[in-house]
Design a protein around this ligand. Sequence first.
Ligand SMILES: [Zn+2]
Length: 214
Amino acid sequence: MPDKQSLTHLAYSSVVDAIEEVIGENGKKAVFRFAGLENLIDNPLDYDTEARVPYEYVSKLFFGVREILGNKGYNAVMYRGGIISVENMVKNSEPLRALIAMELDPVEKLKMGYQVYVRNSGYDPEEILKHIPEIREMLIHRADCSECNGLVNKNEMIKDITKPGCFFIKGIMQGIGYCFKKEIEVMAEEIKCRLIGDEECLFRMRYEVIKAKD
Ligand SMILES: [Zn+2]
């Protein structure tokens, strides 16, 4: 039973890569030191797709980024981290590459991509993933969103947040859409968020098929 609140080594390392990409190596080190994760400076994690880091590492890193970079900086770094995570997942997963290359309706492929993500996160796609073909959108409900879980009761830290703020997961949702970008255009948004008082975090992916299949 995977710990739903934690991250795989691959996802964690991808966030670290995003931090370095956005604020440089010294910035990354500063975040690690601030977060009390100095041990990861000299001993970075691998890109293992199965192994999970302790949840404590995740909350420390996420807090550290927010404290050092502010909410806007957090949003930019984490969004990029989500996209890099998906790129790394694809690099490490033959089945995902096969799915992307498959001769199949792009909408079906996109849906399968989200199903894989939901299942890998420890959830049942039947329960939290909804596809509404009439208006070309897919919705993913996260009532126990792992990204904001450590923050929802910290009013002091979130009082300035006025818009949905789970940018890592939003980046993952957008990154999954980018996997199929030759055939379908996807725009991911978080339309409800527990950080602004909603009962759940809700991600909406609108899509437009760009290349009809013969
Ligand atoms: Zn949220």
